[in-house]
Design a protein around this ligand. Structure first.
Ligand SMILES: *[C@@H]1O[C@H](CO)[C@@H](O)[C@H](O)[C@H]1NC(C)=O
Ligand SMILES: *[C@@H]1O[C@H](CO)[C@@H](O)[C@H](O)[C@H]1NC(C)=O
Ligand SMILES: *[C@@H]1O[C@H](CO)[C@@H](O)[C@H](O)[C@H]1NC(C)=O
Ligand SMILES: *[C@@H]1O[C@H](CO)[C@@H](O)[C@H](O)[C@H]1NC(C)=O
Ligand SMILES: *[C@@H]1O[C@H](CO)[C@@H](O)[C@H](O)[C@H]1NC(C)=O
Ligand SMILES: *[C@@H]1O[C@H](CO)[C@@H](O)[C@H](O)[C@H]1NC(C)=O
Length: 392
């Protein structure tokens, strides 16, 4: 063999070491999205026999790849820490974030033992006044939930390091209630939560929402359901808000127009659809740019769902709100309103006047969450907790 041939063969192991180094460098780059790091199977996989490559009798034996230097081993430990990210903060733009989040694995077998988690997406202005109640709700259920908080970007407050909300604020943008910036924030929350491959169900909550059951019940109802719970109904009354703009811009007909509360509980497949939509979202945003207070947050998700013919939806929400005739906002419950009777009534699905179907059978669970509760409702809620909701 020529002198040059030997040189090339000596260079091969070096190239392998360099490319490994390059790969580790990419992983340790802080801008590289954490979720891309390959999951390491917790169970040892059976050692596969290495394929025997035909080796010419004249060629020198290939040098074995030396073990990574200690500095590289340290980096591997560092990478492992990312599998359980401590912070929800990152430096991606919305465009980068949505692109990463829209990827769904096609191979159905899992490389790791996946326990379905519920992602709780809190859409807030700043403080979460009812956080102690939620803290009690989540207590003892690590590994079965993740929390993401979208706040006003000017918010600088924080909770103690022991709190389940600590480090869970996502990169947020200014948001106005009733316009498309609210929808943008919902989609931003969904996209951040999709980065964690274990998140299977996604619940949108506000600072005035409370849980109506203990965590195990909420987790079982959500992960055991074969539908999403996105409120969607046909609404052709005076509140229709449909505009011929939608027909001109995106062929959306009045018959396809839907309304529903934005407070959703959806599964992973639907969450990927919602954040991947770059057609209807742009049309709705264009419309709202010239129509202040367009109130499209009540139409954006339900209408595209009807357009794409999404069948796995119960068309109702699991989040209770008390709408009274003639009011523009649902009832807010304060200190004096919160009684055992009120919570029991809400749990029983008062006001719905129907049996709530679940996986096509009526089993009575109409609502898992309720709004709106004022800050001063915290004290009576705490008192009722163990008795009515079964936690704390
Ligand atoms: C974001 O970028 C800044 C400036 O490059 C850096 O200091 C910070 O650590 C980065 N944050 C994250 C979460 O990667
Ligand atoms: C409804 O179904 C869920 C999930 O199977 C279960 O956890 C819950 O206890 C059921 N509720 C009732 C009232 O039977
Ligand atoms: C609307 O329909 C027309 C005619 O079928 C089609 O050419 C156009 O691409 C559609 N536009 C959108 C945004 O779907
Ligand atoms: C939900 O609504 C759609 C129409 O928008 C309908 O096709 C579907 O059957 C409904 N699903 C249920 C469970 O009622
Ligand atoms: C709800 O379902 C139960 C059991 O199937 C039935 O006995 C009851 O009459 C139903 N209630 C209503 C309001 O439909
Ligand atoms: C959900 O499960 C029920 C009961 O197994 C089944 O009858 C129903 O068709 C399923 N619905 C969907 C949308 O897959």
């Amino acid at each position: 063999m020529s002198h040059l041939g030997r040189k090339i063969l000596n260079v091969v192991p070096m190239l392998l070491v360099f490319s490994l180094g390059f790969f580790m460098g990419m992983i340790s780059d802080s801008k590289f999205p954490n979720f891309y790091i390959p999951f390491v199977p917790p169970m040892p996989s059976p050692a596969l026999p290495l394929p025997q490559l035909p080796v010419s009798s004249q060629s020198p034996p290939l040098q074995p790849i030396p073990p990574p230097p200690p500095s590289l081993q340290l980096q591997v430990a560092e990478v492992m820490r990312f599998l359980v990210p401590k912070s929800a903060m990152h430096n991606m733009t919305d465009e980068e974030l949505f692109w990463w989040a829209s990827m769904a694995p096609k191979v159905r077998s899992m490389l790791f033992h996946r326990v379905a988690k519920v992602a709780f997406l809190f859409l807030t202005r700043g403080n979460l006044p009812l956080w102690p109640l939620w803290e009690m709700f989540f207590n003892g259920h690590d590994g079965l939930y993740s929390i993401y908080v979208h706040t006003d970007p000017s918010y600088t407050g924080s909770l103690p390091e022991e709190s389940v909300f600590y480090g869970r604020i996502i990169p947020s943008q200014k948001m106005m209630w009733g316009d498309m910036s609210l929808v943008a924030a919902e989609r931003r929350l969904l996209a951040n939560a999709l980065l964690d491959l274990s998140n299977e169900r996604f619940v949108l909550l506000s600072e005035s929402c409370i849980p109506l059951y203990d965590f195990p019940t909420v987790h079982a109802v959500l992960t055991g359901s074969n539908t999403s719970f996105v409120d969607s109904f046909v609404n052709h009354d005076s509140e229709v808000r449909y505009n011929p703009f939608f027909a001109d811009r995106s062929n959306i007909t009045l018959a396809q127009w839907r309304k529903g509360t934005p407070w959703f509980e959806m599964d992973r497949a639907l969450a990927v659809e919602v954040i991947s939509d770059d057609t209807y979202f742009l049309a709705f945003r264009e419309y709202c740019a010239v129509q202040p207070a367009c109130l499209m947050d009540e139409h954006y998700i339900p209408t595209p769902l009807s357009l794409i013919g999404w069948m796995h939806n119960a068309n109702r929400t699991l989040t209770y709100a008390d709408w009274r005739i003639g009011e523009v906002h649902p009832q807010t419950y304060g200190r004096d309103d919160v009684t055992e009777d009120l919570i029991r009534k809400i749990r029983g699905g008062a006001g719905s006047g129907r049996n709530c179907t679940y996986n096509d059978g009526a089993n009575g669970t109409c609502y898992l969450f309720a709004r709106k509760f004022a800050h001063d409702a915290l004290e009576p809620l705490f008192r009722l907790n163990p008795k009515v909701m079964g936690f704390g």
